[in-house]
Every structure is written in C-alpha cells, then in structure tokens.
Design a binder for this molecule. Structure first.
Ligand SMILES: Cc1cc2nc3c(=O)[nH]c(=O)nc-3n(C[C@H](O)[C@H](O)[C@H](O)COP(=O)(O)OP(=O)(O)OC[C@H]3O[C@@H](n4cnc5c(N)ncnc54)[C@H](O)[C@@H]3O)c2cc1C
Length: 204
C-alpha cells in the first residue's frame, strides 16, 4: 500500500492550497478528489480573489493546480469512502478500490449547494443561476433577479440583493417568506422587492 506524508481530501481551493503548502515543505502529498475545483466550477467570474481583478473559477483552480503540482503534489480523481486511524497512521479507501496510508489527513471536502432540480438549471449554472448571494450579488447590479427560498437566512440574502438589483422577485412556497413581521417589513422597505407567494420554480 502506497504511503504519503499527507493525504488531502478535496481539490477545491482549500484542498489545493493545502497541497501547495504541504508539497512545498517537501512532504509527499496526495490529493484525492471527486473533481477539480469544487464550488469554484459554479462561478464564471470571481472579482474578490486577491491579485486578480476578474478571473473565472476554472482559470483560478487551474493555476493553483499547476502551482501545487510544480512542488510535487499528486492528484487522484476518485471518491474517498472511508478513513481509519490506527497508531497514528491513517488508512484512506476510495470508491474505485484504491487504498493509501498517510501520517496526516486534511479534510477539505467543502459542500455542495442545494439544487432546485428544474430543467435549464444545470445548463445555466454560473451563467446567471447562482447559489451564493454574498458572492454573486455584485454581478447583478442593475438587473432583475429572482430569489428562490424562504426562512431567516434569506433575510440577509434579500437585503444584500435589493441593494444591487433593480428589482427582486422573491419566490417561495408559502404565504410569507419570513415569519418575523418586522424583518419582512424591513426587507420590503426599499420598494424594489416583489413577493411571489405559493410559488416554486419549474424551469429556468
Ligand atoms: C455560485 C458560487 C459563487 C461563488 N463566488 C465566490 C466569489 O466570487 N468569491 C469567493 O470568495 N467565493 C465565492 N464562492 C464561494 C467559494 O466558491 C467557496 O467558498 C470555495 O470554493 C470553497 O472551497 P473548498 O475548497 O472549501 O470546498 P469545495 O469547493 O466545496 O471543494 C470540495 C472538494 O472536495 C471534493 N469532495 C467532497 N467529498 C469528497 C469525497 N468524499 N471524496 C473525494 N472528494 C470529495 C469535491 O468534489 C470538491 O472538489 C462562490 C460559491 C458559489 C457556489
């Protein structure tokens, strides 16, 4: 069984940054990931990564991949299914039957946004369909936007979006998107948010 100093689970920006640091310290480093880029693949344009005025998620991750590989990090595309520790040594198993050992394991498996599951969504991901208001609201300056969802965390989303968008249609399944009357009034106070109750998206 092949042994590494460090195994990193996930080749998103966090995992590849960890790989770059570890490999540069001359630690033998293996990154195991289901894909390259993780959530960065969901965004076409990043405007707040230091050093770049504007860069696509794919372009950014390719640069970090190259940087990590330059120092000797290896990347394997596979899914980690189990990690076990015995006497300070970790055994990492994958879906395609690979097995590795490492002195340390870095978990950088991120998260996946909840999808609406409607036609058109996949095709338009990162091209107008977004899953991160705090990340992407500035890209929709002066545009009409639909926010899908309800509950308290969407108060923050609507307040952020309404400051950029010319108009926000707030689509939700029930009578109200928020139980808290005061917050709802505040959310509507700018005059450019329109509630679309008892609704759900069927297509993008
Ligand atoms: C639409 C959108 C736009 C965004 N825009 C911006 C922005 O403009 N600026 C900004 O700073 N941030 C932005 N973000 C947030 C940013 O993309 C994330 O915070 C960041 O990419 C998270 O990186 P990560 O490496 O922690 O995790 P992830 O990107 O989630 O990567 C996790 C990786 O782990 C892999 N993985 C998970 N489980 C396993 C397993 N069992 N085995 C193997 N591999 C596994 C996944 O396949 C993936 O490659 C945006 C996010 C979204 C969704």
């Amino acid at each position: 069984m092949k042994k590494y100093d460090v195994i990193i689970v996930g080749a998103g920006i966090a995992g590849l940054t960890a790989a770059l640091y570890a490999a540069r310290q001359k630690l033998s480093t293996l990154v195991i990931s289901a894909d390259l880029g993780g959530q960065l693949l969901l965004t076409n344009e990043i405007q707040n990564f230091p050093g770049f005025m504007s860069i696509s998620g794919l372009e950014l991750i390719r640069k970090v991949e190259e940087q990590a590989k330059t120092y000797g990090a290896e990347i394997l595309f596979d899914e980690v299914t189990s990690i076990a520790e015995q006497e300070n040594l970790f055994t990492v198993k994958t879906a395609s039957g690979n097995e590795f050992q490492a002195e340390a394991v870095v978990l950088a498996f991120g998260k996946s946004p909840k999808e609406m599951g409607v036609p058109g969504e996949k095709e338009l991901k990162g091209k107008g369909v977004s899953y991160c208001v705090i990340c992407d609201a500035p890209l929709y300056r002066g545009k009409k936007v639909v926010l899908v969802g309800w509950g308290l965390h969407n108060y923050e989303n609507i307040v952020r979006l309404r400051d950029y968008a010319s108009k926000v249609y707030w689509v939700f399944p029930g009578e109200k998107p928020l139980e808290e009357e005061e917050l709802l009034n505040e959310a509507m106070s700018k005059g450019n948010v329109e509630l679309v109750p008892f609704s759900e998206p069927v297509e993008v």
